[in-house]
Design a protein around this ligand. Structure first.
Ligand code: NAD
Ligand code: UD1
Length: 333
């Protein structure tokens, strides 16, 4: 089977390409390298022992996509390409809608033209907003608070309409919780630009001595120790969920919407302690005010993923910390 992986040079996409190729799929990567490096593709090649087929280009470029679909007979598309920084999406909404919504539309239009109707989409638990109940089931209402989240909710809506209009489509919408960690080889991981917004890369930089301390945003939440609780999932577990979803849609037409999380919440301080234990490095911290827009606690109800995909996350918090730390050391050198 030949799979087009958009955004395959990025953090999650690169791990997906590895698992797809190791599982025997043929893969073509399309990426504009706006948030990634060509070197990642070489490193994927080193992990899997085979060169990665790569096209440098943009999912919004319809003529390029058309040429690509003329050149290759794709069976399915995994669509990771997009922009993901919440704060940036507030200051640059048009850029976010253009990349994430218009990009997805262009891709779907070309797929439809070439009768390629298997699609796996990277959505986010951010579409749940501030969820009323945790663990969060897929039936939780959609409520977004920023253009990034809105762009994901819009594409989800487009995919539902598409599936209703034409039952030949086979679509998986995967709602990620908090992906962390890196490939255990130390060859691929996340390239966070500038000051990391997310917890795990920030902790790793503090442990490495690149930053003085972690600011813990809020210590008065109604959680186990007052700090925010999230569902951290190892990126390799996450992408294995994509392979199960691809197999699932290969067997069944229609649309699947599924959480990808562990079902286990950890607080900021629990993560920090786990990182110290797993790596033997101290992570100094200070308790500061809440970060505006943050929710106190959310983690997945992973039951549906297990039921329909036979998938559950297996990698422990220790592995997440160890793999993040290994990758952090690679980034320094
Ligand atoms: P990433 O930035 O590392 O990867 C995205 C890749 O897409 C990059 O290589 C980038 O160069 C490429 N890209 C961006 N716009 C493009 C375009 N118009 N055409 C072609 N290539 C383009 O991000 P990631 O963390 O790997 O995220 C992958 C997907 O998962 C995104 O859609 C993101 O919104 C979604 N997601 C990520 C997280 C997370 O925490 N990382 C959580 C939920 C959902
Ligand atoms: C953020 C994004 C979300 C995205 C998710 C995974 C926002 C509002 N939401 O969510 O859309 O899907 O990342 O990529 O940005 N924390 C600190 N100090 C730090 C950094 C974080 O205490 O320096 C805390 C946060 O307050 C939170 C937890 O760590 O309680 C996790 O934060 P983060 O990694 O940014 O993820 P989310 O807030 O879940």
């Amino acid at each position: 089977m030949l799979i087009l992986v958009t955004g395959g040079a990025g953090y999650i996409g690169s791990h997906a390409v590895v698992e797809l190729m190791l599982a025997g799929y043929d893969v073509v990567v399309l990426d504009n390298l706006s948030n990634s490096h060509g070197e990642t593709l070489q490193n994927i090649g080193r992990i899997v022992g085979q060169e990665v087929v790569f096209t440098h280009g943009d999912v919004r470029d319809e003529s390029l996509l058309t040429a690509l679909f003329e050149q290759y007979s794709f069976d399915a598309v995994m669509h990771f390409a997009g922009l993901k920084a919440v704060g940036e999406s507030v200051s640059q909404p048009l850029r976010y809608y253009e990349n994430n919504v218009a990009g997805s539309l262009t891709l779907l239009r070309v797929m439809d033209k070439f009768n390629v109707r298997q699609f796996v989409f990277s959505s986010s638990a951010t579409v749940y907003g501030n969820p009323a109940v945790v663990p969060v089931p897929e039936s939780s209402p959609i409520s977004t608070t920023n253009p990034y989240g809105a762009s994901k909710a819009m594409v989800e809506g487009i995919l539902r309409d598409l599936s209703h209009s034409d039952p030949e489509w086979r679509i998986a919408i995967l709602r990620y919780f908090n992906p962390v960690g890196a490939h255990p080889s130390g060859l691929i991981g996340e390239h966070a630009n500038g000051v990391p917004n997310n917890l795990m890369p920030y902790i790793a930089q503090v442990a490495a001595g690149q930053r003085e301390y972690l600011s813990v945003f809020g210590s008065d939440y109604a959680t186990v120790d007052g700090t925010g609780v999230r569902d951290y999932i190892h990126v390799v577990d996450l992408v294995i969920g994509h392979l199960r979803a691809l197999e699932f849609i290969g067997q069944s037409k229609g649309i699947l919407t599924c959480n990808l999380g562990t079902g286990q919440g950890y607080s900021v301080l629990q993560m920090l302690k786990a990182f110290e234990l797993a790596t033997g490095h101290k992570v100094p911290y200070r308790l500061v005010d809440r970060r505006p827009g943050d929710v106190d606690s959310y983690y997945a109800d992973p039951a549906y993923a297990e039921e329909v995909l036979g998938w559950r996350a297996e990698r422990s918090i220790v592995q997440m910390c160890q793999d993040s730390w290994r990758w952090q050391q690679v980034l320094i050198h």
